[in-house]
Design a protein around this ligand. Structure first.
Ligand SMILES: NC(=O)c1ccc[n+]([C@@H]2O[C@H](COP(=O)([O-])OP(=O)(O)OC[C@H]3O[C@@H](n4cnc5c(N)ncnc54)[C@H](OP(=O)(O)O)[C@@H]3O)[C@@H](O)[C@H]2O)c1
Length: 330
């Protein structure tokens, strides 16, 4: 094992701005932990964009290496649950927030953050899913429990983004009729190719939000946008319908009335994929390796550390379509 490795690292400059560089770091300087992992792939999530641009709600101290997802091979384990050579995935917890993350060739983390990759998922498939897939999966599992999926009329916001496109694809595989909401007017063909039956422009959707109890249109929804979009969606659900919410790209405040909840029995279900116990994450990875197996090849592009800056700029503007995978040697 070499003692130095390459890592995309963000620096806080004296004038308060932030900039990045690919630097050489030392394995001995990684935080203490049970499992040392040689990273094969990471992926780009919205939260990585926040960390890389100096958002102190995500990352308190710089210099810092972001990357909330990593899949790779165990190189050193101080715990009997993991052996050298095991293929493992880490997503969420503190990885890439205040713990050196997957945009470096090595990470060292507590064993409670690590899942063995199930048979039936390659490293690349698992990272195309990553935190985005974990989150879409958790949303869908909750909707499944409350409403069922097959035959339901579903809506997904931010549909071309990471959580969104995986949500569209999985809901469609499980038999829902999916409306995809997007701000990218030229993405209709892509969204239909991954299973959407209807594509609505983000601005057009606002026309439906015309009353505290507008006419019911959808049974279930996944929302990554928050703000007015989520508040509006809650007015348009059918009797007993539910929305699983997980994101805030459009705002963190929602103004809603009590009517959808008490007159239609609607539910707003909150999803946090970062901090749930690893056993729950293992269940979701196993579902993706089996009953939820979907073709992921049409959902991703692979880049290197050198290309991260421009991709980070794009995700922060809501400009990404599908998933961006970062290759660190495979
Ligand atoms: N709770 C959790 O555990 C959890 C886990 C993962 C992610 N998240 C959150 O979920 C959100 C999405 O994450 P992601 O990684 O999927 O990001 P992403 O790939 O950037 O996708 C977000 C998508 O939302 C749409 N969008 C962007 N800005 C918007 C705006 N101002 N108003 C309306 N729509 C907008 C865009 O899609 P269109 O152009 O197609 O509309 C964009 O591609 C983020 O807020 C993230 O922090 C939460």
């Amino acid at each position: 094992m070499g003692s130095s490795f390459k890592a995309f690292t963000v620096f806080e400059n004296q004038d308060g701005s932030f900039s990045s560089q690919i630097i050489s770091k030392n394995i001995d300087d990684l935080p203490k932990g049970d499992i040392l992992i040689r990273v094969a792939y990471s992926s780009l999530n919205y939260k990585d964009g926040l960390s890389a641009s100096g958002n102190k709600g995500v990352t308190k101290k710089y210099p810092h290496t972001p990357g909330i997802d990593a899949v790779g091979t165990v190189e050193d384990s101080s715990h009997s649950d993991f052996n050298d050579g095991d293929t493992v995935i880490v997503s969420g917890y503190d990885l890439g927030q205040n713990t050196s993350g997957g945009f470096g060739e090595y990470i060292r983390v507590p064993k409670e953050w690590v899942a063995l990759l199930p048979e039936g998922l390659t490293k690349k498939e698992s990272i195309i899913l990553g935190t985005a897939g974990m989150t879409a999966g958790l949303c869908i599992r909750e909707l499944q429990k409350k409403n069922g999926i097959e035959g339901k009329i579903a809506i997904v916001t931010g549909a071309t983004g990471g959580v969104g496109c995986l949500g569209v694809k999985l809901l469609s595989k499980l038999g829902a009729h999916v409306t995809a909401v997007t701000g990218k007017i030229d993405s209709g063909d892509f969204l239909k190719s991954i299973g959407a039956v209807e594509v609505i422009n983000r601005d057009q959707l606002a026309e439906y939000f015309n009353h505290p109890l507008a006419s019911g249109k959808w049974d279930i929804g996944i929302d990554v946008v928050g703000g007015k979009m989520l508040a509006g969606l809650m007015t348009c659900l059918n009797l007993g319908g539910s929305v699983a919410c997980c994101g805030l790209v459009g705002g963190s405040t929602i103004e809603t009335t009590i009517f959808p909840y008490i007159l239609r029995g609607n539910s707003l279900i909150g999803i946090d994929s970062g901090n749930i116990p690893i056993s729950e994450k293992e269940e979701i990875w196993t579902l993706f390796a089996n009953e939820w197996k979907i073709n992921l090849n049409d959902l991703s592009r692979t880049i290197t550390l050198n290309e991260l800056d421009q991709e980070i700029e794009s995700i922060l503007k809501g400009g990404q379509v599908g998933r961006v995978i970062v290759s660190l040697g495979e």
